[in-house]
Write a protein that binds this ligand. Structure first.
Ligand code: PLP
Ligand SMILES: N[C@@H](CCOP(=O)(O)O)C(=O)O
Length: 462
């Protein structure tokens, strides 16, 4: 399986190099040259299998000869063995035809664990085999950072640096990143917002001297392996509701567009998905773009769903690449325009996007009201991101097709917002009950590329 860049000029790579490389050297994001497809019989055969066995069957065609079947099965088993729920991604019914897919039963209580726990295993296996070491640098609005630290802490051949926007993540998210004691973990609180953090990470990938000197690797969803692991729960949830015989739709709380793009891949692989609904908070650039064709970031406004406070949505580039018929030059042109302020999607590409994606926006008041109402009517405590999804799903739902809304984080990661809406302060699991007593360790840093690079060079182990 070969992987090519969305900007068309970087070297074509195999799965292992794609995973270890992160951003393509032309600034683009890697995608498989050909998306594997599954027959209806192959999809139907997933019914009743364990999450791990489904994960193996769904991801196997993408990884080429990077791992033998036995090794890949072992890595998957280790990745999901630490989840708190036997089903890994259980589903509950909210209303007739509306289901909630709970993706927060992993070690750090967010959907990021599904991919990060697995790529932690895959990185270790690949690095041990080739004797290399890497410096992982990631940007986070809260959840990717904690999941990455959990997956990579304590490893001899990996140093991890996580850039998060100072004062703009929840206290639980911050403490998950600042309390691990392992020497290879570094939480950097950047003056700025998530878009600044992500821009500096991409700058580092585009600074080839630095990139090669430190052996830079990325675990944001710029890394295709991250997106791939997220494809699995689209299949398991749809099959449990009757796919492939019965189509389903998904609503996905969206920021960096990685999770919903995994849904797009599932659809291309043969899963009968009717609509993929992008649900945004007040940082609604994706909803505006799908409504008007214009993509023009105008700054992030902090919200009670902070992990979605994003205006430069990294994986939207992958969606554009697909909508422009995989024309790398056209995508490179749009990304140049974005650097100068923004771009307008062509009418043809907009139509292609709308054939796959629908979208909606949920205000702060609507988010709070949805948390309160769902708790009252169903007993389910939603995190604010999941509430954005539920509200938009309710508006967009076609009663003829089951709707699955992704619950992307545990309510206890955002206790203030949940308490304000319901009067209930959700508890962290017992294994994390002393989180607020553990000492914190982080470094404040300005939003300045050379200051961040210098710090990384000083702290990483040679
Ligand atoms: C809790 C939560 N919900 C939703 C999102 C949005 O997901 P994506 O960035 O894949 O669109 C994020 C961040 O990624 C998140 O942490
Ligand atoms: N919401 C994310 C932002 C980064 O997204 P990623 O999927 O590209 O890693 C976070 O919680 O950090």
């Amino acid at each position: 399986m070969n992987y090519l860049s969305t900007r068309g000029t970087a070297p074509v790579l195999d799965f292992e190099d794609t995973m270890l490389t992160g951003l393509a050297r032309d600034g683009g994001l890697y995608l498989p040259e050909k998306i594997p497809s599954f027959s209806p019989d192959e999809i139907a055969a997933l019914e009743g299998l364990s999450y791990e066995e489904c994960a193996f069957r769904i991801m196997r065609p993408f990884i080429g000869d990077t791992f033998t079947d036995d090794t890949f099965r072992r890595l998957i088993a280790r990745a999901y063995g630490g989840f708190d729920h036997a089903a890994r991604a259980p589903m509950v019914q909210l209303a007739p035809g509306h289901f909630l897919l709970e993706l927060f039963h992993g070690p750090t209580l967010a959907f990021k664990d599904f991919a990060m726990q697995l790529i932690g295993q895959m990185f270790q296996a690949a690095l041990e085999r080739n004797g290399k070491r890497v410096t992982i640098v990631g940007a986070t609005s809260g959840d990717t950072g904690s999941a990455a630290i959990e997956a990579f802490k304590g490893l001899d051949n990996v140093d991890v640096f996580i850039l998060f926007p100072h004062g703009r993540v929840s206290e639980v998210q911050r403490r998950q990143m600042t309390t691990p004691t392992e020497a290879n973990v570094h939480a950097l609180a950047v003056t700025g917002d998530f878009d600044d953090c992500q821009a500096r990470v991409k700058d580092m990938f585009n600074h080839f001297d630095f990139r090669d000197r430190v052996g830079l690797a990325g675990v944001n969803s710029i890394n295709f392996a991250r997106v791939l692991a997220q494809v699995v729960y689209y299949f398991t949830s749809a099959v449990s509701l009757g796919a492939p015989a019965r189509p389903v739709s998904f609503t996905v709380p969206t920021g960096n567009f990685g999770d919903i793009f995994a849904g797009y891949l599932a659809k291309r692989m043969g899963l009968p998905i009717d609509r993929l609904v992008v649900a945004t908070n007040q940082n609604d650039i994706l909803h505006r773009c799908l409504s008007t064709a214009d993509y023009r970031p105008d700054g992030v406004t902090p919200s009670i769903s902070p992990s979605m406070d994003i205006q430069v949505s990294s994986n939207f580039e992958r969606a554009l690449f697909e909508a422009y018929g995989r024309d790398g030059a056209a995508v490179a042109q749009l990304m140049d325009e974005l650097k100068a302020g923004g771009f307008s999607v062509s009418q043809g590409a907009l139509q292609a996007l709308r054939e796959v994606y629908d979208s909606g926006r949920c205000s702060e008041d609507e988010t709070r009201a949805t948390i309160a109402r769902l708790h009252r009517t169903t007993g389910e405590l939603l995190c604010p991101h999941s509430a954005v999804g539920v509200k938009v799903a309710e508006e967009k739902r076609n009663p003829a097709t089951p709707m699955i809304t992704l619950a992307t984080a545990h309510p206890a990661k955002f206790p203030d917002a949940v308490q304000e809406a319901t009067g209930i302060r959700p508890d962290l699991p017992a294994r994390m009950s002393d989180l607020f007593e553990r000492p914190e360790r982080m470094t404040r840093v300005e939003n300045d590329l050379s200051a961040i690079e210098t710090l990384i060079e000083e702290r990483r182990r040679p």
